[in-house]
Design a protein around this ligand. Sequence first.
Ligand SMILES: Nc1nc2c(c(=O)[nH]1)N[C@H]1C(S)=C(S)[C@@H](COP(=O)(O)O)O[C@H]1N2
Ligand SMILES: [Mo]
Length: 390
Amino acid sequence: MTNKINRLDRRDMLRGSLAVAGLAALGVPEWALPALAQGETLVPFTDLPTTINLAPTPDRRVLDIRTIDGPFTPKDQFFTTQHYGHPEVDPATFRLRVSGLVDRAASLSLDDLRQLGGAELIAGFECSGNRRPLQGLSSNGRWTGVPLRAVLDRARVKPQAREFVFFGADRGQEEVEFRTQKYTVEQQFGRSLPRDLALAPEPFLAYALNGEPLTRHQGSPLRLIVPGWYGVANVKWLAQIHAQEDQYLGKYQARWYRTLRGETIDGEIKWVETAIAQMQLKSFIARVTRDLTRHNVRGVVLNDGTPLRSVEVRVDDGPWQRATMDPATSSKYSWKLFTYMWSGATPGEHALVSRATDVNGTVQPTSEELDSKKTFLEDNTQFPRKVMIS
Ligand SMILES: Nc1nc2c(c(=O)[nH]1)N[C@H]1C(S)=C(S)[C@@H](COP(=O)(O)O)O[C@H]1N2
Ligand SMILES: [Mo]
């Protein structure tokens, strides 16, 4: 899949100002012209294909990454995607049910949760399907809410509870296949966490984003945020937390969110399927602007919260150059913004690529290095972004 997209990029390359028309053709209304400082102009990307249909549906909003100019994504630009549309949940009558293997089953109103809460978490995330060339299924927020732990402690989890299932208020008809049979049944969106993760300090129940109540798109009135994980873990319109002994094998837990890749184990290729969980280390270039003397290359890093060692940018086949990190995005689970000042750009088309390295020595892979990954989720490959310098 990665290779296929690479080929598309080359074939469908647009030139100069045509790239702007290409954006309009994508039909993404949120792609607006970013606010620029005086004397600063936007340098168009020339690698936006016209053949990939990314027209928005009422369910999907893509962040225009070129407009990123602060640490937090405004609520009306925060990307959004989900499987069953946006249910409407009345915050006044809302109750979060806590059920299953707990001593004190509960039904908590927003006020009950506020009394337990008032904590803050800065966390960014991307959809596991986020990838080139738009990279717009990613955002960063300042969340207000309650650590999940506080709610589970209050419910007194029994020792047998090994799995915690988080159900959204959204539901849909799903076909469940079993051998030669197909059963159509109504399913609630559900995701689970094993006990050690559910009871860890990080998972968070959020009722506000950037200081305001969640919008319907973001899962009003309450959602789960699992910091450092791909978006699918962050169950919106959270309705129920159910503690159980068995593994939860719902569609979006056990089937849809899977990656198939070949791994060399003891000199032999083994085809391994893994679940979508923590975000893979990724960086991408979001915006290039020019002022009178030089170009400013800005970008984003997302990962599982492991501290970074470096972020570097390379122009064409030149040397890797260190980028500067934005101190406003230094907290553990925030996305990290970086800038690189590019001097001496020559007219013509150039490829700009970034790569992030964390303190464990994990380096963001090239697309060749990720060649053995078959399915398209978790594409964290280095992304050479093309620009036209006039
Ligand atoms: N209830 C519910 N929560 C959900 C989903 C869903 O379909 N239903 N989709 C998940 C997926 S795949 C992603 S990427 C994120 C997107 O969150 P956002 O719309 O706030 O960006 O929500 C997650 N939470
Ligand atoms: Mo997603």
